[in-house]
Design a protein around this ligand. Sequence first.
Ligand SMILES: [Zn+2]
Length: 224
Amino acid sequence: MESNMGVMPIVLELNAGSFVVHAALFWDEKDVILVDTGIPGHGKLIKETLNRESNLFDRLTKIIITHHDNDHIGSLPELLAESNNRIEVLAHPLAKPYIMGELPLMKGGHMARPAKVDYTVQDGEVLPYCGGIQVVYTPGHMPDHISLYHLPSKTLISGDALTAQEGVLMPPSAQFTIDMDQALQSVAKLAELDIETVIAYHGGVCKDQIRERLAVIAEGAGRT
Ligand SMILES: [Zn+2]
C-alpha cells in the first residue's frame, strides 16, 4: 500500500535557476495532485517537469493552491488550458475571488488572469485523496493561507507558513508576511501535528528536528 501512494517535492527552477520553488505532488492510483503552480509563464516548464516522471502531468487530476500570491497561482490558468480544464482546483474560500480574477491581488494590486476554483476547503477537513490530506488553516503570511498534512507519510506541505534553509526549518519571510504574530500562531498550530517531513515552497525539504524547530519558531509569537 505504502508504495502506491506518496508525496514528493517538485523542484521548479525558474528564470535559469535564479528563482527556485518547491511545489509538491501527492499521488496514488486514482489521483495526482499538484500543490501550487509557480509564477506566470511557467506552465510549460511545470508540464515538462511533471511528465519527465511517469507522465504525471497527463495524469494530474487536481491542483491545490495554498494561498493567492503570484508565485503560487501564477501558472494556474496555463496549466488548466493545457489540460483542457479537466483538472479540479481546490483552495480556501478567502483565496477564491483572487484566483478567479474578481479582486486585485493583495500584493501587487493587479488582477490575476482568471482561473476557476471548483471546491473550497475548510480548516480540519481531511480530503479523501492519496491516503488522506488534512487541511490546516494557517493564516498570517496571507489571510487565505492553508497548509496540507499528508496523514500516511506525516508530511507537511507548508506553503509559505514556514521557509527552509539547507534543511533547517525557518520562520515565514518577514518581508512577505502580512501579519507575523498571526503567522507564528499558525506555526504553533502546526506544532501540534506529528510531522516527520516538511516541504517548504521556498527552501525545500526538512527532516531534522522538526518538532524542536516548530517550537522555537512559534516562540516568537509573543514579541512586539
Ligand atoms: Zn506567499
